[in-house]
Design a protein around this ligand. Structure first.
Ligand SMILES: CC(=O)N[C@H]1[C@@H](OP(=O)(O)OP(=O)(O)OC[C@H]2O[C@@H](n3ccc(=O)[nH]c3=O)[C@H](O)[C@@H]2O)O[C@H](CO)[C@@H](O)[C@@H]1O[C@H](C)C(=O)N[C@@H](C)C(=O)N[C@H](CCC(=O)N[C@@H](CCC[C@@H](N)C(=O)O)C(=O)O)C(=O)O
Ligand SMILES: Nc1ncnc2c1ncn2[C@@H]1O[C@H](COP(=O)(O)OP(=O)(O)OP(=O)(O)O)[C@@H](O)[C@H]1O
Ligand SMILES: C[C@@H](N)C(=O)N[C@H](C)C(=O)O
Length: 466
């Protein structure tokens, strides 16, 4: 993480240090006194619920070396080393960019409607077999999370794999301009945040903004099965693969044989997937993730590994060594023996379909239960999206469907007629859903739990595992 004197930081921000504080040593940056590290620079952000400026005394008492102070807040507290700035959020971003430019780190940016976190973990695993790698922690992928990620880099970090999230146009452009990735991955275009973007075309245009901060000879790795990505790149003057115009190098990955990288001979076991690829020199590969969509995510990681000189055998080892962020098709087992697929981090129609299809395909279980929550931020067609999920559930392969939330009712309503009486239930209370499910499910059964972040369905998982 960043280690600089306060004077050096002031120079990076184009500002000045408070009297006599130039030699104060800073190690790391924090924006939250609830997780602050000693010797850090505390950056008080103005948020929806609090103004961080109210916590600077607490930050200093907890060991912060210094703080930033926004001009609009008048005189800074006496006795705390500080740097005055016009806007603390902008200053955080500026400091992250300046620090990134001082390092020799090579940055891989990742965006896409679904799969950013998963692919970030896969790329880090592949590159980590050969290099010193830092990856986005958790889901810190926005205008605050990405700067914090950059400021966590060590001087010795060789590669940084950074997740770039968005829910509006211009957000990825800002993140790309901050991180200046030399390579970028666009995982896929789904329906996430359709409410704000309005169409999948607009979502694709937003994702294509990742090209903004890239060098002319940068590398774009993108899902070649999705025509909207190439369309959006062409609209940015990057031409299409057919035009082969000057500019970014490209590697297309996906299930189709027209891609530069595609899988063959996919077969699943209880914990992951085996597959071959069309690139020479590889053994049969294995990724400890369930679902065909995760094989496709792995292709992006392979493309990056090949580009940056990781040997095929090291790529294979890296994939096998994956350390996955939680609540993404995370397989958990209750004391009773009941198996839970915890996919509760978030949900959109594409990821919901992928999770249900995967659950239907898994063998070796007794009955199968789906616990499905609302999918949020889908805009005016939210009801149709949820009904579409209800309609795609295979009643021959799923035994029960329990839904939670106002929109989940549409899933239940659409599925009910194809199931035995009482096997499709819509709940408004998580506790009741969990209690009835725990009473019904038995040790050989399988339960998928999935819904948007706002539904907090991990509470149902915790009740089942208790
Ligand atoms: C600003 C901030 O970091 N807030 C975090 C804070 O929220 P809280 O409500 O408690 O505080 P405020 O924001 O109101 O307070 C302002 C500051 O004061 C600090 N503070 C407060 C209390 C206190 O006792 N001490 C303090 O120091 C506080 O820390 C603030 O700095 O805490 C919450 C709980 O931990 C955090 O959730 C909240 O974080 C916000 C949401 C945030 O944006 N965090 C980023 C670091 C981040 O990357 N979060 C990701 C989720 C990102 C995400 O959703 N990405 C989307 C796509 C991008 C959408 C984009 N348009 C957007 O708006 O995000 C995606 O789909 O992936 C994560 O944590 O997972
Ligand atoms: N290529 C994909 N297609 C469809 N669903 C996917 C794909 N990759 C991952 N998923 C599913 O999408 C959900 C979110 O996965 P992940 O956290 O990796 O995505 P993300 O893009 O980081 O999400 P967020 O936008 O919240 O950061 C999980 O349910 C996961 O199984
Ligand atoms: C919280 C954010 N990362 C997200 O994914 N939001 C959508 C709406 C979800 O939770 O599905």
């Amino acid at each position: 993480m960043i280690q600089r004197t306060l004077e050096q930081i002031a120079v990076m921000l184009g500002s000045e240090v408070s009297e006599g504080a130039g030699t104060v040593q800073v190690t790391g940056v924090s924006t939250d006194t609830r997780s602050i590290q000693a010797s850090s620079l505390f950056v008080p952000l103005i948020g929806e619920n609090f103004d961080g400026h109210s916590y600077v005394q607490e930050a200093y008492a907890k060991g912060a070396s210094a703080i930033l102070w926004q001009d609009s807040h008048g005189a800074a507290p006496i006795g705390i080393p500080h740097i005055r700035v016009a806007d603390t959020l902008t200053a955080l971003q500026q400091l992250a960019k300046a620090y990134r430019k001082q390092l020799s780190v090579r940055i891989i940016g990742i965006t896409g409607s679904n799969g950013k976190t998963t692919t970030k973990d896969l790329v880090a695993a592949v590159l980590g077999s050969t290099y010193e790698v830092h990856k986005t922690k958790g889901n810190l992928n926005n205008h605050i999370g990405l700067p914090l990620t950059l400021l966590q880099l060590e001087e010795t970090t060789q590669f940084a794999v950074v997740e770039m999230g968005m829910s509006g146009r211009g957000e990825i452009e800002l993140l790309s301009d901050l991180a200046e990735p030399e390579a970028a991955i666009i995982t896929m275009i789904g329906e996430s945040h359709l409410l704000q973007l309005g169409s999948r075309d607009e979502i694709a245009r937003a994702k294509a903004e990742i090209a903004s901060g890239m060098p002319r000879d940068g590398l774009l790795v993108y899902n070649g099965d999705e025509p909207l990505i190439e369309q959006a790149l062409a609209e940015r003057g990057l031409g299409s693969i057919e035009e082969q115009v000057a500019g970014l190098r490209r590697i297309r990955f996906g299930s189709g044989a027209g891609n530069d990288l595609f899988p063959t001979d996919i077969r699943m076991d209880a914990d992951g997937a085996y597959f071959q690829i069309n690139s020479p020199g590889y053994p049969e590969l294995y990724v400890p993730l369930l679902g065909t969509h995760n094989v496709i995510n792995a292709l992006a990681a392979i493309a990056i590994g090949e580009t940056f000189g990781v040997a095929p055998i090291a790529i294979a080892a890296g994939l096998r060594s994956l350390q996955m962020t939680s609540m993404r098709i995370e397989k958990q087992t209750a004391a009773s023996g009941l198996t839970v697929l915890n996919d509760a981090y978030n949900a959109s129609p594409a990821s919901m379909r992928a999770a249900i299809t995967l659950t239907e395909q898994l063998g070796g279980f007794g009955r199968k239960f789906l616990v499905l929550g609302d999918m949020l931020e889908l805009g005016e067609n939210e009801e149709q999206f949820h009904r579409g999920i209800g309609a795609m559930i295979d009643a021959e392969r799923v035994d029960y469907v329990f839904t939670f939330g106002r929109l989940g009712r549409f899933i239940a309503d659409e599925a009910e007629a194809r199931f035995p009486q009482g096997h499709v239930r819509a709940f408004d209370e998580k506790d009741q859903l969990a209690a009835e499910l725990a009473a019904l499910a038995e040790k050989d059964d399988l339960v998928l739990v999935k819904g948007s972040r706002g539904m907090r369905l991990e509470q149902v998982v915790q009740a089942l595992l208790a």
